[in-house]
Design a protein around this ligand. Structure first.
Ligand code: F6P
Length: 550
């Protein structure tokens, strides 16, 4: 839809960035900080209660301008506009990409194929409000009249990670008597561990699947349905099972009344779906008013993204920095480290968002790309990860740009825990940027009473190269609005990167091959004949597992 273009790495701005890289790749951030007392102010952006500091990056004005030129040459503004207008920017699947419509709080019309999508979205939001309130107030009860206090989300990928991440992030907003559980993995352990903890009379299952054909979700849902029917009988199903899907036919086939189905649409990608009825578990746990606040936060970020000059645009700057590191420095990894226990699932959520969206090697003109695309994203909650992978982040041979996320106020202000937590995250950013020379290390050891001999022997081990980049997000408190802003910022960052790399960030064809092959191996494990020829390793492994299971 965007026509044939010059390859990205042939653009003038790309070439200019290559020159910038050669000229500035060794420039030390600590020197740039020393020279410019305004650096922190200059390279930071404030939006509502969110503060984004990107000053600890290996950039100067020239590099920033070159990156902004790249965004201009790639016509990022036109593509953002196209998304908000409902154009079919998911070109391989010929679909519009409208997670922004799910949180379009202005309710301005958005048209897909000539039809305004907002009335349907509002209808489902109203249905979610009615149902979640009825469950929370005990007006919609289980088959035996008991309040539904166990909410079990059955789904996988985007139908699991978003609700799971957001429910955990907003745990302090849960209704006191409600508990949320998530079953995603096909491993029977996932089902058993949840079912062992709950009483069927008090349990609501929400089966979330965009396609309603995903084997993991359907197998888990069947097991849970049987468990419920064994305990309460077939008539109980309508009081204990609801579905969220785009596929009414399959929902009905599975045995869930379409009356109990919450609809969403093919213009919502799985990994962008927590704002739709896929977020029903969030709405039940925290209440629809709080769910709405999360949508408000995301909408605020949407408007910022759509309307703000790129030089002051949080998602655009996040994306450009990552492009700078991925394509010019060739950094292959990135880490996201929230210093908030409730945000512990954010890295797992972002892994799908970023790597399923941009882990591609064919561009929008059906050509293999000649440059790198998605980095590997990993992370975990600070301070835990400081005692696991941070050794590598500080002294490893690969440089890993980090995003730190900090709420200034904790939901659990106990003693000085939160100040210690914040001191730690700020120290990480500063240490990564500044590093420590061998002379500094030596002097420090001598001061601490080490012998000269020991200090000489150890000084190299205690040297930190520094000049390692990080972004820092500070929020006042991690409330539903802030969470909405944060997640929407990462969604848009991912989109901008996809535009620059000229790939479709909204399909996920790479997941198919493994799925297809699992279907061919299954009959062999179940002793049903199959003519499929595998490689000798796979053949041996099939035989070994079968022998062990005898
Ligand atoms: O893993 C591939 C994928 O299609 C994801 O994009 C999606 O989030 C997940 O499977 C679940 O799909 P569904 O919601 O259709 O069950």
């Amino acid at each position: 839809m965007f026509g044939r273009k010059l390859e990205v790495n042939k653009l003038k701005s790309w070439k200019h960035l290559e020159k910038c890289y050669k000229k500035f790749c060794k420039t030390e951030m600590k020197e740039m900080f020393a020279k410019d007392p305004q650096r922190a102010e200059k390279y930071s952006i404030k939006l509502e209660n969110m503060f984004f500091d990107y000053s600890k990056n290996r950039i100067n004005d020239r590099i920033k301008n070159a990156l902004l030129m790249l965004a201009k040459e790639r016509k990022v503004d036109e593509k953002i506009h196209a998304m908000f207008e409902g154009e079919k920017i998911n070109q391989t699947e010929k679909r519009a990409v409208l997670h922004v419509a799910l949180r379009n709080r202005s309710n301005s019309p958005i048209y897909v194929d000539g039809k305004n999508v907002m009335p349907n979205i509002n209808e489902v939001l109203a249905k979610m409000r009615k149902f979640s309130e009825a469950v929370r107030l005990g007006k919609f009860t289980g088959h035996t009249g008991k309040k539904l206090i166990n909410i079990v989300n059955i789904g996988i990928g985007g139908s699991d990670l978003g609700p799971k991440m957001a429910c955990e992030a907003l745990r302090r907003y849960w209704a006191k008597d409600i508990k949320c559980y998530f079953i995603s993995n096909i491993d029977g352990t996932a089902c058993s561990e949840v079912l062992n903890k709950i009483n069927p009379e008090e349990t609501l299952f929400i089966v979330c699947s965009k396609t309603f054909t995903t084997i993991e979700t359907l197998t888990n849902a069947k097991t849970c349905r049987k468990w419920l029917v064994d305990a309460l009988g077939e008539h109980a199903v309508s009081k204990h099972f609801v579905a969220v899907s785009t596929n009414a036919k399959e929902v009905e086939k599975f045995g869930i009344d379409v009356e109990n189905m919450f609809e969403f649409w093919d213009f919502v990608g799985g990994r962008y779906s927590m704002w739709s009825a896929i977020g029903l578990s969030i709405a039940i746990a925290v209440g629809m008013d709080n769910f709405d606040k999360m949508l408000d936060g995301a909408h605020t970020m949407d408007m910022h993204f759509k309307n703000t000059d790129f030089s002051q645009n949080i998602p655009v700057m996040m994306a450009l920095l990552e492009i700078w590191y991925r394509n010019f420095f060739k950094f292959a990894n990135t880490a996201v480290i929230p210093y908030d226990q409730y945000l512990q699932y954010v890295p797992a959520y972002l892994q799908q968002l970023v790597m399923e969206s941009n882990g591609k090697s064919v561009n929008n003109e059906e050509k293999f790309v000649k440059y790198d695309t998605s980095p590997v994203l990993f992370g975990g909650a600070g301070t835990d990860v400081q005692h696991s992978f941070f050794q590598m982040i500080h002294q490893g041979t690969s440089i890993v740009p980090c995003d730190f996320i900090i709420p200034a106020i904790s939901h659990n202000e106990i003693g000085d825990h939160h100040e210690i937590l914040i001191a730690n995250v700020l120290a990480q950013g500063e240490a990564l940027m500044r590093g420590k020379t061998s002379t500094e290390a030596y002097e420090e050891m001598i001061k601490a009473g080490k012998s000269k001999e020991d200090a000489v022997a150890l000084k190299k081990y205690k040297t930190f190269s520094g000049n390692r980049p990080s972004n820092t997000f500070v929020f006042k408190k991690m409330d539903p609005f802030a969470l909405g802003m944060l997640i929407a910022a990462y969604e848009h960052k991912t989109f901008v990167e996809g535009i620059i790399w000229n790939i479709d960030s909204f399909d996920q064809m790479g997941v198919e091959l493994g799925k297809q092959m699992a279907l061919s191996i299954l009959p062999e494990l179940q002793n049903n004949a199959s003519n499929i020829q595998h490689d000798s390793s796979t053949e041996n492994l099939i035989k070994l597992v079968k022998d062990l299971r005898k």
